[in-house]
Design a binder for this molecule. Structure first.
Ligand code: COA
Length: 161
């Protein structure tokens, strides 16, 4: 018999209580710097998407001050990408941030991350600023995506009204 394709409704998103179980491989899909990943993952709240005991997605939410939280990392396991889980994780993070009482949620990505920028805008984020040459100044190797050099960090903000 063919194995039933699991839909996103069968995926649970839960807070990871034990930081020793951080899904580092997934987190590194979104951010190649292990040092940075460990630094914010230990400070922030890490939520994982789990299906049949397997971690298939992750995000890290960090409250930066009384009014602001930031989604520091979001990633979906490669075989599960493009099926709506990334959007589900972002919307979940917005609900968690709302329950913290913050006024806005920020997220940053590279100028070349076209799919990610589309996803964040579809979730209600708006581009608010740009850190010029961020990826040139902070990463040892040039990064290319979609045939575009990743130079600047585009900052986006979701505001709760
Ligand atoms: C980015 C990532 C988390 C998105 O998760 P995903 O499960 O693949 O995305 P989804 O299937 O939920 O897509 C959500 C929406 O974004 C849109 N989208 C995704 N890529 C797109 C693209 N290249 N162009 C236009 N829209 C795109 C989808 O069409 C979808 O919109 P819809 O709901 O209207 O159909 C996932 O691809 C990933 O883990 N990538 C590697 C890590 C990474 O880059 N993380 C982000 C670092 S900034």
């Amino acid at each position: 018999m063919m194995k039933k394709e699991q839909s996103n409704s069968e995926i649970d998103i839960v807070l990871l209580n034990n930081k020793e179980q951080l899904p580092l491989e997934l987190l590194l899909l979104a951010d190649p710097s292990e040092e940075q990943v460990m630094s914010y993952a230990l400070k922030g709240e890490c939520y994982v998407a789990v299906v049949s005991g397997e971690v298939v997605g992750v995000y890290v939410l960090l409250q930066k001050d009384e009014h602001t939280a930031e989604i520091m990392n979001v990633a979906v396991a490669e075989p599960r990408q493009g099926k709506g889980l990334g959007k589900k994780l972002i919307l979940h993070a917005l609900e968690v941030a709302k329950s913290l009482g913050v006024k806005k949620v920020e997220i940053g990505t590279g100028n070349s991350s076209i799919g990610q920028l589309a996803l964040y805008e579809k979730c209600g984020f708006q581009k608010t600023s740009m850190i010029e040459n961020y990826f040139i100044d902070n990463y040892p190797e040039p990064i290319f995506e979609n045939g575009i050099q990743c130079r600047d960090m585009v900052r986006l903000t979701f505001v709760f009204y």
